[in-house]
Design a protein around this ligand. Structure first.
Ligand code: LMR
Length: 306
């Protein structure tokens, strides 16, 4: 995740009781794997201990979605976890700590965590939409017979939810403009809904939410941030400052470039056609509704802008 020669210490957080027992098993497996870059492991059920001096925080612990549920159905159950974790990060993590929120509803959980970490830069909190980008690239690669590496500029706009907008308007496939290659009827009626509902499809098949692909996407996201993504666009749910007309303060997925200095730069000036504008607006509306649902956990103010 952090490059080929960066040792890491894993400070693992679990809930007390059964959770800690299972974590013992995970620790044993980590020890037994003899990973050369694993410089240590710790276990705790207290976020104030687990997040101590953290450089990166991966917030993956949340109640997972079951069959038939939307991610926002987890709002009340999970937002409180992120309130506590945001506040613990604020107290004990490094000021420069980068926090990736994976637990759902990820964008709004990132909002809650950032609001409860008033001494930290809101830009250091991110919600994961890399998984959606990877899903979209995987589907295009399969349909058009190429490698995922031959696809670029695939954008996920908005929420990591069934309202997200997987946008190919600026994408390239094997160096050609995607819109000159892709069957637009297939794109609108099959591709977009499939990407939007891929998480639910996996839950139906496995009886549990995605695990390996979500982990791979989390690793990829932080790898881009730490090591750099070259000139490949990366979608990330990051705090809005009003770019593309999106309400400031929302954690909204946009295309970024990462230069490898632990920061991202939003790609600006991407032309938005009326079809895209409508879709971007729908997913923004859902994020505003989610934000209203956690208002009491935001410390009284909606906008938290650097
Ligand atoms: C996913 O997209 O697979 C995860 O966010 C799990 C879920 O709830 O869909």
């Amino acid at each position: 995740m952090l490059g080929k020669d960066q040792p890491v210490i894993l400070q693992m957080l679990e809930v007390p009781g059964e959770g800690m027992k299972k974590l013992q098993g995970v620790k044993m497996e980590l020890d037994d794997s003899a990973f050369p870059l694993l410089a240590g492991t710790t276990m705790s059920s207290d976020p104030h201990e687990a997040f101590g001096d953290a450089d990166y925080a991966l917030l993956v612990g949340a109640r997972p979605r079951g069959p038939g549920m939307e991610r926002k159905d987890l709002l009340t159950a999970n937002a409180k976890i992120f309130q506590l974790q945001g506040s613990a990060l604020n107290e004990v993590a490094r000021r420069s700590c980068k926090t990736l929120v994976v637990g759902n509803p990820a964008n709004t959980n990132a909002l809650v965590a950032a609001h409860n970490a008033p001494d930290m830069n809101p830009e250091n909190f991110m919600a994961m939409t890399k998984l959606d980008q990877s899903r979209a690239e995987g589907m295009l690669a399969e349909k058009y017979g190429c490698s995922v590496d031959e696809i670029d500029r695939m954008i996920i706009w908005g929420n990591h939810s069934s309202t997200q907008y997987p946008d190919i308007s600026h994408a390239s496939i094997k160096g050609k403009w995607a819109k000159s290659v892709v069957d637009m009827k297939w794109y609108e009626s099959e591709f977009v809904p499939k990407v939007q509902k891929r998480g639910a499809e996996i839950i139906d098949a496995r009886g549990a939410s995605s695990a390996a692909s979500a982990a791979a996407a989390a690793v990829d996201h932080l790898n881009c941030l730490h090591v750099g993504s070259g000139d490949k666009w990366q979608s990330m749910g990051v705090v809005s400052h009003g770019e593309y007309g999106i309400t400031p303060g929302l954690y909204y997925s946009v295309p970024t470039l990462c230069t490898g200095d632990r920061t991202y730069r939003k790609i600006m000036g991407v032309p938005i056609d009326p079809y895209s504008a409508k879709k971007m607006n729908t997913t923004e509306k859902e994020l505003l509704e989610e934000r209203d649902g956690v208002k009491s956990l935001l410390g009284g103010s909606f906008e938290k802008i650097v």
